[in-house]
Ligand binder design. Structure first.
Ligand SMILES: [Zn+2]
Ligand SMILES: [Zn+2]
Ligand SMILES: [Zn+2]
Ligand SMILES: [Zn+2]
Length: 265
């Protein structure tokens, strides 16, 4: 028997419920923007499993039951006759099941479960426009939509990558905004890797000390302690560990930490 694995693009149909394990015969389930009726659920002989089905190491496999599920497309009997679908369903994992198989919300334009593909596409487009709006306000941080004051630590990019001809883009360098700023910087560097340098991320391995200093394997290329680093660790100096850790949060340095001028840890 051949069957495909369930692909789960994120989409939650209106009126459906999450069900763990294989659905039951007669259930109507939503999958890839369509409704399907379950016509058969079987236990598959482990001898017929494919390699990808063996999630657990040999010897532990009996803990998993593989239950192929045969589905027919619900509103379309012609399609149902020609394409019944076999899904490999482990008893772990979830399905979206309509509690009442005779009544579930469908879109009037296309007859598929709501929100339909068209509706989802429109929502994505709307979100993109809203997101663009965040890059049109000079002096406001796109991450939090609040103004950036002179006293706040911030970083400005002269190039507006989101709105052609738009104003310079300024981000706060505080916890809730810095992630968005780092993503923006990544795009910004990608546009001109020869002359633009990362200031918010570092390829080095940072070691934090308990005295307000840090080391970084990137040496002089390191943009500083607020940059997101590839790896972090705490130092192993006996001095640093002799007192309660007060500088930064374990391996993460204080934002005002300075380069360790002394020996490497
Ligand atoms: Zn529709
Ligand atoms: Zn902000
Ligand atoms: Zn140390
Ligand atoms: Zn660094």
């Amino acid at each position: 028997m051949s069957y495909s694995s369930v692909s789960r693009t994120y989409w939650f149909p209106l009126g459906a419920q999450v069900k763990w394990g294989a659905p039951a015969v007669g259930d109507v389930v939503a999958l890839d923007h369509e409704a399907w009726r379950v016509v058969e659920v079987t236990d598959l002989d482990p001898a017929n499993w494919r390699d990808v089905d063996r999630l657990y190491p040999a010897g532990k496999q009996k803990a998993v039951r593989l239950r192929p599920v045969r589905l027919v497309n619900e509103p379309d009997p012609v399609k149902a006759a020609s394409a019944d679908v076999h899904y490999g369903a482990l008893h772990v994992g979830t399905w979206r099941v309509f509690p009442d198989p005779e009544h579930y919300p469908v879109c009037v334009c296309c007859g598929t479960p709501m929100p339909c593909r068209v509706e989802v596409g429109r929502k994505i487009a709307e979100d993109a426009v809203k997101l663009m709006g965040r890059y049109e306000m000079p002096g406001a941080c796109p991450a939090c939509e609040q103004p950036v004051t002179a006293r706040q630590r911030s970083l400005t990019f002269a190039e507006n990558l989101k709105v052609p001809g738009g104003p310079p883009v300024t981000f706060h360098l505080r916890g809730k905004c810095i992630g968005t700023a780092q993503q923006y910087e990544k795009l910004w560097v990608k546009q001109d890797p020869e002359s633009r340098r990362h200031r918010l991320s570092c390829t080095g391995h940072l070691t934090n000390h308990n005295d307000g200093t840090y080391d970084c394997t990137a040496l002089t290329d390191c943009p500083g302690p607020i940059a997101r680093h590839t790896a972090y660790s705490m130092c192993s100096c006996p001095d640093c560990h002799a007192r309660p850790w007060t500088w930064g949060n374990g391996c993460h340095p204080d934002s005002k930490a300075v380069r360790n001028a002394g020996e490497a840890s």
